[in-house]
Design a protein around this ligand. Structure first.
Ligand code: HEM
Length: 438
């Protein structure tokens, strides 16, 4: 069954067709908004392409990306996020964080490290983030989603991003970690601060503001960890503090690792999952027949899981992520010199016609939808994939079961799509709807 995709996702912009590949760039706001034409051009014309203005190689074909994700000996995950676009005044800010807080944390203090250190950290964090915690919480997520919807279901109109997607992601991860609900506004501010500097230019003034938010977050987490060292609770922050591996020298996470992994968990799931929920909500608002189909499906759980997967494929919240070549290497037949920045373009892989038939179409019955690379590939594959999927499913279930006549109140082309190199999603989704009575 095929549903029509929103025009803005499939229509090629006239300007983009007229330009040569080298005139296009991931740094253009228009391309951030509508990257799919650029990806397609690269896949066809130059699948491993050097984007001059981004100063990085873009790997765009599904199979090449999977191969590159496995090349952990030459493509390091340890340097990319920290070094990409580091502004000249960053040293000052780092110094302030050392003087007044717990110091600047690098992506390399959490999961952005290479094997074998990566396996150690992931092994420790997995003790907190294992299936035992995540699979048990579908009911809790459903309650969160219902409570949020109760606040606007009688109003007939809402901004689904602000009132639904953002709080779902924040509330769920806060509850899992054991962060008190009274701190939810802070969690949103801290989470924004931790991802804001990634992959885009921000002013020095903003960078100071974000750094102060980060210091506040570190102080908060430090205190939470201290409490749990004395008094273990039934939450993920406790699991992190008490996680142990069989290694005499380094059996548990250091304070820096704890703080950095705590920030990563609190923040990594927010910007991403909120965009996943928002993209799916947008697709529903544009496809009344899909809403009906999901509502009346014999096996609604199965249908919703398919919907989640195809949404993730067609509109991945994380379009690409960086690596750094620590040695000369070759990807897809292209020589990449040592020291180069490389982006693995998951969003492009998901539209690769060599892997997905009618890749630009939304197909609820796509047989190989599971091959999408939205959660990455290889050793760094997303730790929160199961949680994100469950949050999305619970959110969509409430939308299809409780809303009728869901419509966007602005034309699609006026939707505010926010993006950086590494995140992409609607900033707001103003909709009207009718509350279902049955
Ligand atoms: C739709 C939502 C999500 C998307 C699209 C997403 C996407 C990704 C991707 C593409 C990676 C691979 C990183 C790489 O190869 O460089 C990743 C890793 C990761 N994700 Fe997610 N993520 C989502 C939700 C979450 C959630 C809910 C959490 C946790 C609360 C989370 C935590 C992580 C962590 C800790 C890693 C690092 C894993 C490692 O390097 O070993 N993510 N995610």
């Amino acid at each position: 069954m095929y549903a029509t995709l929103p025009k803005q996702q499939v229509v090629t912009s006239r300007e983009q067709i007229m330009q040569t590949l080298s005139q296009l760039s991931l740094t253009d706001p228009d391309t951030v908004r509508l990257p799919f034409e650029y990806y397609e051009r690269m896949r066809k014309e130059e699948p491993v392409h050097f984007d001059e203005r981004a100063g990085a190689w873009l790997v765009t074909r599904h199979d090449d990306i999977k191969q590159a994700a496995r090349m952990t000996d030459v493509l390091s995950n340890g340097l990319g996020l920290d070094s990409a676009g580091r502004p000249p005044w960053q040293d000052e800010i780092d110094e302030m964080m050392r003087r007044e807080g717990f110091g600047p944390h690098r992506a390399g203090d959490n999961f952005n490290v290479d094997p074998p250190l990566h396996a150690r950290r992931r092994g420790l964090v997995n003790q907190a983030f294992g299936a035992h915690r995540v699979s048990a919480i579908e009911e809790d997520i459903t309650v969160i989603v219902r409570d949020l919807m109760a606040a606007f279901i009688d109003r007939g109109k809402v901004d689904l991003v602000r009132a639904f997607s953002i709080p779902i992601a924040i509330y769920v991860i806060s509850d899992l970690l054991g962060v008190p609900r009274t701190r939810r506004d802070d969690v949103e501010r801290w989470s924004d601060a931790s991802v804001a500097p990634i992959g885009r230019g921000i002013s020095k003034q903003d960078a100071y503001r974000y750094a102060r938010d980060m210091m506040e977050m570190h102080r908060f987490l430090h205190q939470q960890f201290e409490e749990r060292r004395r008094n273990r609770k039934d939450d993920m922050l406790s699991d992190l503090v008490h996680a142990q591996i069989d290694d005499e020298e380094n059996p548990s996470l250091s304070e820096t690792e704890l703080l950095s992994c705590g920030v990563a968990l609190l923040a990594a799931g927010n910007e991403t999952t909120r965009n996943g929920i928002s993209w799916g909500s947008l697709i529903l608002a544009q496809n009344p027949s899909l809403m009906d189909r999901l509502r009346t499906a014999d096996d609604q759980d199965w249908a919703l899981r398919r919907f989640v997967e195809e949404t993730l494929r067609i509109q991945p919240p994380v379009p690409q992520l960086p690596r750094v070549a620590v040695a000369d290497c070759e990807i897809g037949g292209t020589r990449i010199p040592r020291g180069s920045f490389i982006y693995l373009c998951w969003a492009s892989a998901n539209r690769d016609a060599a892997t997905f038939e009618n890749a630009d179409e939304f197909d609820l019955e796509r047989a190989n939808v599971g091959q999408h690379l939205t959660f990455g590939s290889g050793v760094h594959r997303c730790l929160g994939a199961m949680l994100a999927r469950m949050e999305m499913k619970c959110a969509f279930r409430e939308i299809v079961n409780r809303m009728d006549d869901l419509r966007l109140t602005v034309p699609e082309e006026e939707l505010d799509i926010w993006g950086t190199f590494v995140f992409r999603g609607p900033r707001s989704l103003p909709v009207t709807f009718v509350r279902r009575t049955t």
